[in-house]
Design a protein around this ligand. Structure first.
Ligand code: IPM
Ligand code: MN
Length: 353
């Protein structure tokens, strides 16, 4: 198989971590007998500041022709908030109908969780965040702006189609894991959206997934349980904004953003899916060799799993597990141990695993 992959290093530490990911990818291609064709795209804050362009339609159409997009991070200090978020990240998610944002929460052995006493056996679940609706749809408006009577509305859009498709994906994901799916919402207050989510959850579960065990947890309680009781979760599904928030909490529980990977998936495979570490561009440490490429490599693992290279994805999971166990809490400091050293070791470990 040959996979066409668009790489977007982006800003700050993004290009550094994607570079290590690509070295691991090349090794896996040799080991597991596939090839990749890669094209690098210069997108992000730096490019916006020098050209005024964020993501024009011609580039968007070119990206459509790839099997996957591998992205580092976008964001630069002088770019006003919202420009890259709406103009690049969300534009890609929406244009390519990447309706699933898949974010694993897995504590690897050797990683210190801020949750005292948490063990890897108790923390291994995935969050499925709906990725195209809710307040991210951008519905709402403002009236009398700048006056004492200013009104701002920000509406949450939820469609039966959008809710049902992400629930179906989640039920299927649960079936492939431990057979348990938790819906997270706030049905006690968000009565309209919550009602749509809950009814669809019950209907789809009863009709097509009677073998998957269901649970429901309010989002505030989910925050509590992520910390006190993560073993109650296998697959968690939730709407876009709740998913944004609780997956950062999940990242903290699994040891920090250095271990948080994500896939923005179009499960229909009509459009390319996009894989990115959850961490940002960290401009303060760019170029110092202190960026940890582990989250970018885990995102590559998600990419390979999605395109059908399960053996390679498994190698990444095991190699990262071995790396984190052997380095026992150490992170790149740019002096004795750097971004490239992590890449070197992972290139070795994928072959041994
Ligand atoms: C994320 C980020 C984005 C989001 C921002 C940068 C638009 O926080 O991927 O979680 O809110 O989805
Ligand atoms: Mn976020």
């Amino acid at each position: 198989m040959t996979y066409r992959i668009a790489t977007v290093g982006g800003d700050g530490v993004g290009p550094e971590v994607v570079e290590q990911g690509c070295r691991v990818l090349d090794r896996l291609a040799e080991l597991d007998g596939f090839t990749t064709e890669r094209v690098d795209y210069d997108l992000g804050g730096r490019r916006y500041l020098s050209t005024g362009e964020v993501l024009d339609d011609a580039v968007l159409e070119e990206l459509r022709g790839f099997d996957a997009i591998y992205l580092g991070a976008v964001g630069a200090p002088d770019v006003p908030p919202g420009v890259l978020e709406r103009g690049l990240l969300l534009k890609l998610r929406f244009a390519f109908d990447q309706y699933v944002n898949l974010r694993p929460v897995k504590l690897y052995p050797g990683v210190a969780s801020p949750v005292a006493g948490l063990t890897p056996e108790r923390c291994d679940f995935v969050c499925v965040r709906e990725n195209t609706e809710s307040v991210y749809a951008g519905a709402g408006g403002t009236l009398y702006r700048g006056t004492p009577h200013e009104v701002a509305t920000q509406e949450s859009v939820n469609t039966r189609h959008g809710v049902e498709r992400v629930l179906r994906y989640s039920f299927e994901a649960a079936r492939r894991r431990r057979g348990h799916l938790t819906l997270v919402h706030k049905t006690n207050v968000l009565s309209y959206a919550g009602d749509l989510w809950m009814r669809t959850f019950e209907e789809v579960g009863d009709a097509d997934f009677p073998d998957v065990e269901r649970a429901y947890v309010h989002v505030d309680a989910a925050c509590l349980y992520f910390v006190t009781d993560p073993e109650r979760f296998d697959v968690v599904v939730t709407e876009n904004l709740f998913g944004d928030i609780i997956t950062d909490l999940g990242a903290a529980v699994q040891g920090g953003l250095g271990f948080a990977s994500s896939g923005n998936l179009d499960p229909t495979r009509t459009n390319p899916s996009m894989f990115e570490p959850v961490h940002g561009s960290a401009p303060d440490i760019a170029g110092t060799g202190r960026a940890d490429p582990v989250a970018a490599v885990l995102s590559l693992g998600q990419l390979l799993d999605f395109v059908g290279e399960q053996r390679s994805a498994q190698r990444i999971d095991r190699a990262v597990g071995a790396l984190l166990a052997e380095r026992d809490g150490a992170v790149p400091d740019g002096v004795g141990y750097s971004t490239v050293d992590v890449g070197d070791r992972l290139v070795e470990l994928v072959a041994e695993n």
